[in-house]
Design a protein. Structure first.
Length: 321
């Protein structure tokens, strides 16, 4: 080996030793001052926390490859947790009244700061061997009743989104290629939009201004649904089961499945159900499917469900526009 090569190798080793020593000293100094150098380790996970009570946030944007996303309303404090995301492989900001979290999937993308923002946070995170890349990635958003968020935007290739006790007038736009969305109680005067390929949507009580659901294969079940405006649900396969909290006569209804089973208030219909439209009504529900089964019914009123018979279906089905 040439002398210059030996000298270069020695210098490189010295730089590594100095770098490691600097990281250890910096970590000890940061911990002593109450400012951890790394994200906090909690249990089996690594957690990055953001106190939302200290920042002015009205919009939350999450862009991940695969994760479990939980959004809790009516919490005691407002904060966000990002669990098991590697430090150098995401960008996180709270600029312009927006909390933005963008996961970066590989090392090359990490260096493309002109596309993703600058995410490289130092060599200390690359050599942090305690980071477990196989653990489930989780995002928890906790919001107090007096800390409403106007807009939620979620982009995910795969994962689950859980909405719990969300009763503020937020606008939801969820683009999930493959995954599940769950909501025990969702109440918003704004819009709820869900788009994807393979989706499962399960909702308890859902009161929305408008709803728009589009998927290639959708398995949807809503126990108590109410819309002040319009609801449009489009899918090729799967099943759609909706129980209306409002009287069916108070809305314009258009149900259409090409080859699936159509049931209205427990009575099997032809493939199309569309009572005469009332232009004075402001609420409407339209469900369009190819092979998916559709079940639409009204919640019992005083213990009695509205009577529906197959004969109430129009004799000449109309083709959905």
């Amino acid at each position: 080996m040439k002398p210059t090569s030996i000298i270069s190798l020695i210098v490189a080793v010295l730089f590594i030793i100095v770098g490691l020593t600097t990281c250890i000293i910096a970590q000890n100094m940061a911990n002593a001052s109450g400012e951890p150098l790394f994200a906090e380790e909690v249990g089996d996970g690594i957690v990055k926390s953001v106190d939302l009570g200290e920042v002015d946030i009205s919009k939350i944007v999450l862009d991940v490859s695969e994760a479990e996303i939980n959004i809790f309303g009516n919490s005691e404090t407002s904060y966000a947790e990002f669990v098991n995301f590697r430090e150098n492989y995401y960008t996180l900001s709270t600029a312009n009244k927006t909390l933005t979290f963008n996961e970066i999937t590989d090392f090359v993308s990490m260096l493309k700061f002109w596309e993703n923002g600058f995410s490289f946070k130092g060599m200390r995170h690359i050599i942090r061997f305690s980071e477990d890349t196989d653990s489930k990635k989780i995002i928890n958003i906790h919001l107090t009743a007096d800390h409403p968020i106007k807009i939620f935007e979620v982009e995910a290739d795969c994962g689950t989104v859980s909405l719990e006790s969300m009763t503020s007038g937020s606008d939801y736009t969820l683009n999930i290629e493959k995954g599940e969305v769950k909501a025990d109680t969702l109440s918003t005067t704004s819009a709820f939009k869900l788009n994807g390929t393979e989706l499962t949507l399960t909702m308890g009580k859902a009161e929305v201004g408008t709803m728009e659901i589009k998927a290639e294969n959708l398995n949807m079940k809503v126990d108590s649904f109410l819309t002040a405006g319009s609801a449009l649900i489009e899918t090729a396969g799967g099943s759609v089961t909706v129980v209306s909290a409002a009287d069916m006569s108070s809305m314009n209804i258009d149900l259409d499945t090409l080859s699936g089973k159509l049931t209205v208030n427990g009575v099997e219909m032809d493939t199309h159900y569309k009572p005469e439209k009332n232009p004075e009504l402001t609420s409407s529900v339209r469900i369009i499917a190819d092979s998916a089964d559709i079940s639409f019914s009204q919640s019992p009123v005083n213990g009695n469900a509205p009577e529906t018979t197959a004969e109430t279906t129009p004799e000449t089905p109309e083709t959905a526009e």
